[in-house]
Design a binder for this molecule. Structure first.
Ligand code: NAP
Length: 213
């Protein structure tokens, strides 16, 4: 199977790449600054261009996307906007842009994080963004065409990125470096597939007038 991996040069991404390659999968890494295939997840045209350059593929995984932590009262418009633009809309757009290119029954794996379930100080932006990503996954799993699947993983907090630790001290488990955490990355899955039946009542694009005056 071949996997397009966003953020392949990062802490999480490089461990995921190694884990996939050990199992014999072909991984094509995509980042902004290194390697043959480059795109910025904040720029949907660069995503379309890189998918076109690659051609066809079976799976897309993401280990990229920034959020900007700060105590809620001190958060700035810029921190909110940039967090949405990067980890939330970046991941939403890398799915939307891939739909014309990805093989039938292919899959998407996005990344959220512990802050969805473990709320802590200065992490409201992170919690909000992770819920946005997970909400998108839940909705998209129902609507994706051609048997495409989507899920979202919440990795644990890794030992390497020290910046996380102050924020995540309540639930940080020392000793889980990325190599150890990658199996966890696969286990801690918010797993949404497309097994449901289509809605019994077809979607009606007309406005519902039952409650109109
Ligand atoms: N590390 C953890 O403990 C942890 C825990 C839970 C969740 N997460 C989540 O996992 C993701 C990755 O975290 P990390 O610690 O591995 O980050 P990292 O070490 O900073 O790596 C980020 C990777 O993403 C790429 N990247 C960054 N912005 C990008 C963009 N706009 N477009 C395309 N590629 C981009 C970077 O390469 P370029 O700079 O070359 O683009 C790099 O390969 C984040 O969303 C983070 O919230 C991490």
């Amino acid at each position: 199977m071949n996997v397009e991996l966003f953020g392949a040069s990062g802490t999480l991404g490089s461990a995921v790449q190694k884990a996939l390659e050990v199992k014999g999968h072909e991984v094509i890494g995509i980042t902004r600054k290194s390697g043959k295939f480059r795109a910025d997840i904040q720029d949907i045209e660069s995503l379309r261009a890189v998918y076109k350059q690659i051609g066809s593929f079976d799976h897309v995984a993401c280990a990229a996307g920034d959020v900007f932590p700060a105590p809620l009262e001190q958060t700035t418009d810029e921190q909110w906007a940039n967090s949405f633009k990067s980890k939330a809309m970046g991941q939403i757009n890398l799915v939307r842009a891939a739909i014309p290119f990805i093989a039938d029954k292919g899959s998407f794996t996005l990344v959220s994080g512990v802050l969805t379930d473990e709320v802590t100080f200065a992490a409201t932006i992170g919690t909000t963004i992770n819920y946005t990503v997970e909400g998108f996954v839940k909705g998209a799993a129902f609507e994706l065409p051609r048997g495409l699947r989507i899920n979202c993983v919440s990795p644990t907090v890794l030992t390497e990125p020290k910046a996380y630790h102050q924020l995540a001290h309540r639930f940080f488990v020392p000793g889980q470096n990325s190599q150890v955490a990658v199996p966890v990355f696969y286990r801690e899955v918010h797993y949404f597939r497309v097994p449901r039946q289509p809605p019994m009542v077809p979607f009606n694009p007309q406005p519902d007038r039952r409650f109109a005056n």
